[in-house]
Design a protein around this ligand. Structure first.
Ligand SMILES: [Zn+2]
Length: 279
């Protein structure tokens, strides 16, 4: 075959692959589409930028890890907006099929967080409760999301957050087989690290029923007992929803300000940093 024709075919093929990888959901909208391509390329090319945000790990100090579940838009517009002022990093447990949908973050926003030191972790492909699924179904959910993250340049694909905190023995079979490093429910944190003991990590789910003073008291406990606390949060929004997922902006601000005031006594870690601390 003619060389220039071969080059043209290769060029078209590579671009087609990028298009397919980047967006099964937004094909008709070319501006979102090109934003997604740019975001994915940046994740791969600028991964080194995450190093700027790496915490100097201190094993004699307690830690706080903030995990936002589901990838709601207010986690970016309100949560990140408050946290970046103090260079506090968080983590997003992302559901691939909801990225870019109404009230959820876009790929570009996730990429922005990732390159600012946040971890983007696996929350399964479309958030089905794992405890009622067969091995094959759990494999599709967990490994489907892992591949989705991997081909978009998000490198924390080996940490799973169980949808609605649900799991079964099968879940752990999948996690072990595919060498996941850690998993989190609503009450427990599982890790393969031999240095992490059961109960080392305390979890607090920030529903609208948890006043910020309770969170600041827990931060004090983490400081004094040198313990590791994970705060789970869903929406940083005012108002009420039946699932108690909205944490008011002012209440979240109280927590963020308090963390910042205690920065000399407590470290704020991404999940990958917390795991590095245990290793
Ligand atoms: Zn969830």
């Amino acid at each position: 075959m003619d060389k220039s024709l071969l080059r043209t075919y290769s060029f078209i093929l590579i671009n087609l692959i990028i298009v397919m990888l980047v967006s099964p959901l937004v094909l008709p909208n070319t501006s979102i589409h090109s934003n997604n391509i740019t975001a994915v390329c940046k994740n791969f090319i600028c991964d080194f930028e995450r190093e700027k945000y790496r915490a100097a790990l201190n094993s004699d100090m307690g830690s706080i890890t903030i995990i936002f579940d589901d990838g709601f838009e207010s986690q970016y517009s309100e949560g990140y907006n408050l946290m970046k002022e103090y260079n506090i990093v968080g983590n997003i447990a992302v559901i691939p099929t909801r990225v870019g949908k109404e009230n959820y973050m876009t790929l570009k926003q996730l990429s922005d967080l990732y390159l600012n030191g946040w971890d983007i972790v696996n929350h399964t492909y479309n958030h089905e409760s794992l405890n009622s699924l067969s091995y094959k179904q759990q494999f599709i959910q967990i490994i489907g999301a892992k591949i989705w993250l991997k081909i978009r340049g998000f490198n924390n694909d080996d940490v799973l957050v169980f949808p609605s905190g649900m799991n079964s023995e099968i879940t752990f079979d999948v996690l072990k087989k595919y060498k996941f490093k850690a998993a989190r429910g609503l009450y427990g944190f599982w890790t393969i690290s031999p240095n992490a003991r059961q109960g080392d990590v305390v979890i607090c789910n920030l529903t609208d029923e948890v006043p910020p003073q309770k969170a600041t008291n827990l931060i004090n406990e983490a400081i004094f007992n040198k313990e590791h606390y994970i705060f789970i949060i869903h929406k940083v929004e005012d108002g009420y929803d039946a699932e108690h997922m909205k944490y008011s902006i002012d209440d979240f601000k109280v927590i963020v300000n308090y963390i910042n005031s205690k920065k000399d006594y407590i470290q704020v870690l991404s999940i990958s940093e917390l795991l590095a601390l245990f290793n």
